[in-house]
Design a protein around this ligand. Structure first.
Ligand code: NAP
Length: 495
């Protein structure tokens, strides 16, 4: 480690991204620290503990390639099991001593003379301190800052209000009148569990969601044994899932019509559980499948068909002490209001107050239009790397694959910087517009932009700024052999 910095690498966030980056840093002998604002590691899997929370990507693929886990109990692990996996990784790789919990990054300013970042870190007692970092990796995730709907009068509601990402583990729905706003992935997973316990559940639905059956077998002991004793078998299983999922990308990015067959299966799935034609009409999406993230559940439609569940499509206009009112004038008495209303995807970078070269701030730059190079580097921000940054989310397979590709790129760029005796590496501003234009062009054909819906994938102008409009294999290939001429290396140490 150079004497001019406190740490070679400051990693912000301790979800899959932060943990993966720390393991890579450790392997390449870089001194690092992880700053985590919560009181435990885990990111989205620490935060999302609502009943029914699980991953919708098979766990043998939604895990690190270098740390396969034979013990997944079923195809799609629950959030608890994924959190346990991340805790296991932290212990196995001895990361714990390098993690500072309850440490919130308040400000980051690049020091051009030093070629390093001054990172201001807030502590729980209201104090702050500064770290000097040779490079910063932001693994802060996009699904992080809950969106709270703006309901007039909500502050007067006397019942409980809970976002799915801030679940009160002690909360009970038994014998209570529960309302839930939102029928995205989180809503679809939570609703069957709430319906079982609640005296009455009112589902406030703004847009219906496509729901496919879920094939989610529990793994028998003999299979877990086989994976444990023959890791090649588990690797083959992972490769099979990766290949099968990759094929789906064509339907999302080039040929949404390919989703027709899947749409028919989803409608049949609904018909088999919902006999009431009026309810079916309410639940039938009018946009192309895949435009919003496709959900999978065998229990969602049966839950909505229960006697103690009603689906309300009239929009919420206000709240008072006892419940909410909808546009049709009805009042819904509630004891609990669950918000499954998603996340502000641009919010996670905003509160970091990042200032780069020549007074550039990430907030102002991105307010003018989000730009990055392969979602990892941003012009004017040397030695700053994003994991799962813009346009690197996925609709068809595991984002852990993207994270690993990005960690590989970060490692290569830092190695190249050090090898050249430079202090800073930055993407050249002139290569980024063409990259963004290409993303825009490719996004036009995708179901996310052409499927006739709105979603958190799109910015205010309807442009995809969230998902990678191609296959993971293509992305992996691009990042594995980066064109180093696209990057500027500055601040030679040994002149
Ligand atoms: P989401 O997909 O953004 O869905 C939010 C839901 O709330 C939508 O139904 C939305 O309606 C509704 N909503 C938001 N504001 C509203 C308002 N003011 N009034 C009425 N309805 C409102 O959020 P999410 O379900 O939490 O999922 C977010 C992402 O998290 C997913 O896309 C996925 O990537 C990830 N996730 C993954 C898993 C997993 O299994 N891996 C599980 C959960 C979440 P509109 O559709 O009309 O906007």
């Amino acid at each position: 480690m150079s004497a001019r910095v406190d740490h070679d690498l400051v990693i912000v966030g301790s979800g899959f991204s932060g943990i993966g980056m720390a393991i890579a840093a450790q392997r390449s002998g870089r001194d690092y620290v992880i700053l985590e604002k919560a009181d435990e590691i885990g990111g989205t899997w620490r935060d999302n503990r609502y009943p029914g929370c699980a991953c919708d990507v098979p766990s043998h693929l939604y895990s690190f390639s270098f740390e396969p886990n034979p013990y997944w109990s079923r195809a799609y692990a629950t959030s608890d099991e994924i959190q346990d996996y991340l805790l296991y990784c932290v212990e196995k790789y001895g990361l714990r001593d390098s993690i500072r919990l309850r440490s919130t990054v308040q400000r980051m300013t690049f020091d051009e003379g030093l070629g390093a970042w001054h990172v201001t870190v807030g502590t729980p007692d209201g104090d702050s301190y500064q770290l000097v970092a040779g490079a910063v990796v932001l693994g802060v995730g996009a699904l992080h800052d809950p969106v709270l709907p703006d309901i007039p009068g909500i502050e007067s509601f006397q019942g409980e209000v809970m976002h799915t990402a801030a679940w009160d583990p002690g909360a009970t729905m038994i014998d209570r009148r529960v309302g839930i706003i939102g029928t995205g992935c989180s809503g679809v997973q939570a609703i069957p569990h709430l319906a079982e316990d609640a005296k009455h559940l009112t589902v406030f639905q703004r847009t219906p969601i496509w729901v496919l059956p879920k094939v989610d077998p529990a793994y028998p002991e003999w299979l877990v044994d086989a994976y444990e004793k023959r890791p090649w078998l588990m690797k083959a299983h992972r490769a099979k899932i990766k290949a099968a999922n990759e094929l789906r990308v064509l339907a999302f990015t080039k040929q949404p019509l390919l989703l027709k067959a899947a749409s028919k299966a989803a409608l049949a799935h609904m018909r088999s559980a919902v006999k009431d034609p009026q309810l079916r009409a309410k639940l039938t999406p009018d946009y192309t499948m895949g435009c919003k993230r496709i959900t999978m559940s065998n229990t969602y439609f049966p839950a909505l068909a229960r006697d103690n569940v009603s689906v309300e499509t009239s929009s919420i206009t206000g709240a008072d002490a006892t419940g909410v009112t909808t546009a049709d004038g009805a009042h819904h008495d509630l004891d609990v209001l669950v918000l499954a209303t998603g996340f502000d995807v641009s919010g996670s970078y905003r509160h970091l107050n990042v200032t780069g070269l020549a007074g550039h701030t990430l907030e102002a730059d991105w307010d003018a239009g989000i730009e990055s190079y392969y979602g990892v580097t941003v012009p004017h921000y040397p030695n700053l790397f994003l994991l799962l940054g813009p346009n690197t989310g996925l609709g068809h397979t595991s984002v852990v694959l993207m994270i690993e590709a990005q960690i590989g790129l970060v490692t290569k760029l830092l190695d190249a910087r050090d090898h050249r005796g430079a202090t800073a590496v930055t993407v050249r501003p002139q290569v980024v517009p063409a990259h963004m234009a290409q993303l825009d062009e490719r996004s036009k054909a995708t179901v996310w932009q052409s499927g006739g819906c709105t979603s958190w994938y799109l910015d205010e102008e309807g442009r995809n700024r969230t998902l990678w409009p191609g296959s993971v294999v293509e992305y992996e290939r691009k990042l594995a052999g980066p064109e180093l001429v696209d990057y500027e290396f500055t601040g030679a140490l040994d002149g």
